[in-house]
Write a new protein. Structure first.
Length: 146
């Protein structure tokens, strides 16, 4: 019984830590703090952005490439907010999704599909994939939306 309670408590703590990780991503993005955003990812991370308006998926691998990709980041340019989080935890890894709405002069909405990894006691994004809905939304079979 005690082990069951400890396991349940560990999963609850992980769920809160993962929610805070998503919130920190939004917080640092709003402030244009590129280094703080990049620090939320594993060294071997993968970040993708399925920008259908350009007809392709932007794919960025590793922290150095992510830092370069985010070079245009500026304070107040975007104010992202995450909601509707669903997360499944399996030991030192987790997977999840959340909706993201960005408030700006050019607002948009989409969702993230995330893979997380616990590294040196900290949860980090290992894979973060963004799929925009609005203003551009094209259902895609690889997302189970066809």
């Amino acid at each position: 019984m005690m082990r069951d309670i400890e396991d349940r408590l560990a999963r609850l703590e992980a769920r809160f830590e993962l929610s805070a990780l998503r919130a920190r991503y939004c917080w640092h993005t709003t402030r244009g703090d590129r280094d703080a955003v990049v620090a939320l990812f594993t060294e071997d991370c993968l970040f993708t952005n399925a920008r259908q308006s350009e007809g392709s998926v932007i794919e960025v691998r590793g922290r150095a490439a992510l830092s370069a990709y985010l070079s245009r980041m500026a304070p107040g340019r975007r104010v992202p907010m995450v909601m509707n989080e669903v997360t499944e935890i399996d030991g030192a890894t987790a997977q999840g999704t959340c909706v993201m709405q960005s408030v700006s002069d050019d607002p948009f909405v989409g969702h993230y599909i995330d893979d997380f990894r616990r590294v040196d006691g900290r949860w980090l994004f290992a894979v973060r994939r963004f799929f925009p809905y609005y203003p551009i939304y094209n259902p895609a079979p690889d997302r189970g939306e066809a």
